[in-house]
Unconditional design. Structure first.
Length: 193
């Protein structure tokens, strides 16, 4: 009888641990907890007189790929002459988009959709006329999945401000690893066109 009771307690313990792990993972992905870990604000100034101002708001994600991509995007904008404000997507600086020529938001993608914090951010955007907007999602993979790209494009096309913009929102799925630098550079070039 003691053996059966011990086995029952072991099985119950395993079930509790697995359930707790599932809940923790669900909170991280669905609750978008990582969006609160982004920086407050970091200003990147160009070498000469700025040609404009850019805001890059991002959710760093679990793996750090989105943070790395945001830093590459901000660095590329800086090298093209922009004064860049690199901010966490939940920071107060991210909420104020007035006075910027370029606004970019990004974060990790899960199952073909950009994370909840980026989705909420782009849905709340009220851009001024003439502002160039870009949205990126990181894949955590070195490969693209066409279904994810199509799903991401539809998600961004549905944002309320999309119809009031003079230029379409540019979207880019950014791979991880060595390909990310190329993807980020292509993305910035497309946004600035």
């Amino acid at each position: 009888m003691d053996l059966i009771m011990t086995l029952g307690l072991v099985v119950a313990g395993i079930v509790i641990v697995v359930a707790a792990a599932g809940i923790a993972i669900g909170v991280l992905f669905c609750g978008d907890v990582m969006s609160y870990t982004g920086p407050g604000s970091m200003i990147l100034r160009p070498a000469g007189t700025p040609v404009g101002k850019a805001l890059v708001a991002f959710n760093p994600g679990l793996s750090g790929e989105a943070r790395s991509a945001a830093e590459k995007v901000a660095g590329d904008l800086q090298s093209k002459g922009y004064a860049v404000n690199l901010v966490g997507i939940k920071s107060a600086d991210a909420a104020n988009t007035s006075g910027y020529d370029v606004v970019i938001a990004g974060g990790p993608m899960y199952w073909g959709r950009v994370c909840n914090s980026v989705d909420a951010y782009i849905n709340a955007l009220k851009p001024q006329n003439g502002v160039k907007i870009g949205v990126f999602g990181t894949t955590g993979s070195g490969e693209f999945h066409e279904g994810d790209i199509a799903s991401f494009g539809k998600q961004v096309a549905a944002i309320p401000c999309y119809g009031t913009l003079t230029k379409p929102v540019v979207t880019k799925t950014i791979r991880n690893g060595d390909a990310a630098k190329i993807d980020c550079s292509e993305f910035v070039s497309a946004v600035l066109q």
